[in-house]
Design a binder for this molecule. Structure first.
Ligand code: PMV
Length: 339
């Protein structure tokens, strides 16, 4: 039996704008998705954290991969991914089945295996639960079937898998789950993926959960896309400018401006319609005590990332608002084989 794991992530800045070619700064977090695999007589999946299992034939998975690819192509043409999202929602273990079917097709795997998934990353909360799996699935199957994939190859498959689930993602989420640490990510041909060395800065950040989002990442990205282009693009450009500035501020350890940039980014994300009342409430409160707070990821709920030089004050304040400040390790290792 082989076990691999990949971390979750948080966006320090640049989410949504990254879809339009602006940069993002994304940091891995110390919550991981674990997948164990072994050869078996049929393809069996057991998703422990959602307590669901399924058994599939190789031919069924092959057909599913082809069907998804066709549907994705159609959706891409019509610029409407709703049919793809609804297929995955309505299919038993749809999302994970898509990851496995696609990886098998990419790696030309024709032999059965069983997979056990155990993830500590909360699902659909902006912490990269799906991206971590989209990286860990090709990694564990590459190990099991001795395909010797490089990190770049794993990341390419992960991006395809993420596209099947989210339409046209930027590729930032799967990249950080693959490489770990902290990344400067910019979508393009090719993508710019540069490690950032932030070890000194990360102690005074906390994550705060604001509730399960009502909309998926794909739906939130689509909502932003359907805004008036002039209104949207002004804000996307400004988010991009703040992200460049954030990179300099991280290097200079200019925390006064780092906090301001987090707050300014949050306010633009709210104008793009991806914030909710709870996020606005925490943002305003943390800002009022001199901290920085913003949503992280697609928004609509999920996790926020907050910063204050006085960590105890920040935690106390968040607790008083009725939320739980979570201090998680940041900048952890990317996808790996577990010993
Ligand atoms: O909420 P998450 O973890 O799915 O993050 C999505 C980040 C976006 O920028 C909104 C989308 C993307 O593809 O980068």
């Amino acid at each position: 039996m082989i076990t691999c794991s990949a971390p979750g992530k948080t966006h320090l800045i640049g989410e949504h704008a990254v879809v339009y070619g602006e940069p993002a700064i994304i940091i891995s977090v110390g919550k991981r998705a674990y997948i164990s695999a072994e050869k078996s007589e049929s393809v069996k999946i057991y998703a422990q954290d959602i307590n669901q299992s399924g058994e599939f034939s190789i031919s069924e998975l092959k057909e599913f991969a082809e069907k998804l690819q066709q549907l994705w192509d159609n959706c891409f043409e019509t610029k409407d991914f709703a049919p793809l999202y609804s297929l995955l929602k309505n299919e038993h273990l749809g999302h994970i089945k898509a990851m496995i079917a696609n990886t098998m097709a990419e790696l030309d795997i024709n032999a059965p295996f069983s997979l056990k998934i155990n993830s500590n990353i909360p699902i659909g909360s902006g912490l990269g639960s799906s991206a971590a799996l989209s990286v860990a699935v090709p990694k564990v199957l590459s190990e099991l079937f001795r395909k010797n994939l490089t990190l770049e190859e794993i990341n390419q498959i992960a991006y395809k898998i993420e596209s099947l689930a989210h339409g046209t993602p930027s590729g930032g989420d799967n990249s950080i789950c693959c490489y770990g640490g902290a990344l400067w990510f910019k979508k393009g041909t090719p993508n710019v993926i540069e490690p950032l060395h932030l070890d000194f800065t990360m102690k005074n950040f906390v994550l705060v959960f604001t509730g399960i989002p009502k909309l998926t990442t794909g739906e939130l990205v689509s909502n932003v896309r359907s805004l008036d282009p002039e209104y949207r693009d002004m804000r996307i450009k400004q988010l991009g400018a703040y992200t460049y500035e954030m990179r300099d501020c991280l290097t200079e350890q200019n925390f006064t401006r780092i906090k301001e940039l987090m707050n300014l980014a949050q306010e633009l994300l709210a104008e793009l319609g991806v914030s909710i009342e709870a996020i606005d409430e925490i943002h305003n409160a943390v800002k009022s005590i001199g901290g920085g707070a913003k949503l992280s990821g697609a928004g609509g709920g999920g996790y926020m990332v907050c910063y204050h030089e006085d960590l105890q004050l920040l935690k106390k304040f968040i607790k008083e608002l009725g939320y739980v400040p979570e201090q998680v390790e940041l900048g952890v290792e990317g996808v790996r084989v577990e010993k």
